[in-house]
Design a protein. Structure first.
Length: 396
């Protein structure tokens, strides 16, 4: 969802404040990974296979199992996912102390969700849930509550990592899927803490892929998953699973005119989570290059730059893509400003590779670009009107 539009639709982050209001916090980034560098591939953090629906319920009563077996297969899928994965979702409470008028301190409390990534206590959540917090507590499925340390965050992708000192037997890490393989229409299951109701599950489908939303620090988050599963305030940082119980994303925001769920939710894809989390664990921060491509469309022949930034790197390099041109309209006596997409008369280019490495998905494009730093030059391999070309792009 691009907020540069004539429609009055707002992207709201799903953090519950003390008064029940949506809290969208974006103070400067703080926190860094502690200790020496540690190479961790979070995709190796896996649970036993979830494919056999009766196995996870062995600890349940005979009455539970008899009820389970009497249900339809599609109902059993949801139950199996919840029984396996609800313990991987945590409740996050935050306290912020700010200086008020007349040197008096003001305390604000917040509530969000998180996901267990490892047995040594690494917790995933949204940056806007914990950014600026003076005190963070994580509550596990068994009621155990632990103080948390912010070990790194990246507001540009709204990703943060916490660390708690909890017994390994109380921590149930998720298994990562591959979000580049997702399809519109496939089933999804969201687990989080809406309005403080812990480990609530809702289900729906993927409504669209490769959406763009604005991050808490006013940058674009690209490649976002759009879902229709009900998520509300308190769901920020919660898990989005596929029908195999693998993590495919982190629930982050909704588009709404009324501040509540309207069936348009957004989740950060797990491939982005994996890439950024490893950078935070290894480096303590994320410094990335940006090519100035705001929106792309995947085709069998390459990636179409549906929307590029005016004066951005790919625009300056001469790559042809759609651009947003500012416009004004009169409506009910008011002047409204917005943006209209303009497509080059010659047609748009197809991006097929970066530095002679084939690029087939938006996630592959983002990974290739963001592996470089601002000021680096990359070569984009494109097809223009049937002719292969190489274009040098200096990242910003």
């Amino acid at each position: 969802m691009n907020n540069k539009t004539l429609r009055t639709v707002f992207v709201l982050f799903l953090t519950l404040g003390a008064a029940g209001a949506v809290v969208a916090q974006a103070p400067p980034m703080h926190g860094a990974a502690r200790g020496g560098k540690k190479v961790i591939d979070l995709r190796q953090t896996v649970l036993p296979e979830i494919g056999k629906p009766t196995a996870p319920m062995e600890y349940r009563s005979e009455l539970f199992n008899s009820r389970y077996k009497s249900l339809l297969p599609e109902e059993q899928v949801g139950i199996t996912i919840y029984e396996n994965r609800n313990r991987s979702v945590v409740n996050i409470d935050t306290v912020m102390v700010r200086q008020g008028q007349f040197f008096q301190s003001q305390t604000a409390e917040g509530l969000g969700s998180g996901v267990v990534l490892s047995k040594d206590g690494v917790i995933l959540t949204n940056s806007h849930v914990v950014n600026g917090a003076n005190d963070i507590k994580v509550r596990l499925f068994d009621g155990g509550e632990y103080p948390a340390v912010n070990i790194g965050e990246d507001p540009s992708t709204d990703i943060a990592l916490l660390k708690i000192d909890a017994p390994a037997e109380s921590l149930f890490p998720v298994e990562f899927a591959d979000s580049s393989q997702l399809l519109v229409g496939q089933a999804v299951f969201a687990i989080g803490n809406p309005f403080g109701y812990e480990r609530t599950m809702t289900r729906g489908i993927i409504s669209s892929l490769n959406r763009t939303i604005e991050s808490p620090n006013n940058r674009e988050i690209k490649g976002v998953i759009q879902i229709d599963a009900a998520i509300n305030v308190g769901n920020s940082g919660g898990a989005l699973f596929d029908s195999s119980g693998r993590l495919i994303g982190m629930n982050t925001a909704i588009a709404s005119r009324i501040g509540e769920n309207t069936g348009v939710g957004f989740a950060i894809p797990v491939n982005t989570i994996s890439r950024i989390s490893n950078l935070l664990l290894n480096e303590g921060k994320v410094v990335r290059g940006d090519a100035g491509v705001l929106q792309m469309s995947e085709t069998p022949h390459g990636l179409v730059p549906v929307m590029i930034e005016n004066g951005g790197p790919v625009d300056l390099a001469g790559i042809r893509g759609g651009k947003a041109v500012e416009m004004t309209v009169q409506q009910y006596g008011q002047t409204l400003r917005g943006y209209q997409r303009v497509v080059p008369k010659e047609g748009m280019d197809l991006i097929v590779g970066i530095n002679d490495q084939q690029i087939r998905t938006v996630q592959e494009f983002l990974s290739a670009v963001e592996a470089h730093r601002p000021g680096d030059k990359i070569t984009m391999n494109i097809i223009r009107q049937g002719q292969a070309m190489n274009v040098v792009v200096e990242l910003k």
